[in-house]
Design a protein around this ligand. Sequence first.
Ligand code: SAH
Length: 362
Amino acid sequence: MKPEAPQTDLIGLLPEEAEAALRAHFGRRGQPAFRVKQVLRWIYEREAFGFHEMTDLPLAERTALDEAFAFTAPEPSKISRSVDGTAKHLWRLTDGELIESVLIPTQTRLTLCISSQAGCAMACTFCATGWAGYRRQLTAGEIVSQFRGARRWARENGYEDITNIVFMGMGEPLMNPKAVFPTLRILNQGYGMGARRITVSTVGVVPGIQRMAEMPEQFRLAVSLHAPNHELRQKLIPLEKKYDLDELLDALRRFDAAGGKRITFEYVMIDGVTDLPELADELAEVIREFNAFVNLIPFNPIPGTEWRPSKRQRLNYFVERLESRGISAFVRESRGSDIAAACGQLRAEVTQGRKPVQMGSI
Ligand code: SAH
């Protein structure tokens, strides 16, 4: 019989917590200490999706683990593959919520883009996730599970190992600190993903940036700036009204001062809106003081707006103009747009038609 209290999810614990919990559990059952190592290996290296898969443990021990702990397992509801090799997983959570993660292969890397919330409350005007509304926070186990599920799928489908993780899927990671900060440590310490290969992308949640600055590990920060001044930024990003550009830049100064971590600025290129030449000059001015570079993201069209992506010529011109002012800039080529896997397109399509939840509901 399952105990009444909610079971602790082993997948959402820090490695040292999981180890301690397992040691206590096997101690109570009079089992040898090596059982702890066996289970930890199944979690971090051998990608078991449940205790039943831990075949080198006696059946009675698998059953006892199942009674003592929860074990969040990835449950794919749909997998889509793009012509360019990008693969999107739609995951079904235990309460029926749907979230997405995207595997993006390049010549030298395999990047996994993961979600931190079901939906998003930030309501950025150019982002389909924002339009679809906010559903709920993900637990650490649910975020880690996207990685575990995608890694196993990648291995079984002829991809290389995942080299990089970006929190650029659905949701605003720094609005879910309770799950996201432990997840960073779990991925780093448990699954051996280097901190410099994990990037948290934020629309500018100042307290979260402060916490990132205080972490000893070198996790990377990407900031969705998208506009170099308050007037334009508030038209695109409602959060600008809460944490305005000046306050955001102050937080980034503190992050920079904490040392060693290069900031990425993301800047969406919308034809006639964000791509005017004078905005490039203003952008260069605003970010000059940082050890940073700019990722220009051509706008990915979403239903409900008339906006178009910038023309190729304008993208190149913007890059040149930034570089002539000493700022490194790259165009982030859109990947997986044929399967709605590109930046801003994730909205777990099946949820279409649900009533958006108002901002401020979290
Ligand atoms: N909440 C995080 C992660 C969001 S998604 C953040 O705001 O950073 C990752 C990036 O895609 C963000 O920079 C986001 O602004 C951008 N994006 C959203 N919608 C887009 C669209 N339609 N076209 C291009 N980029 C988009």
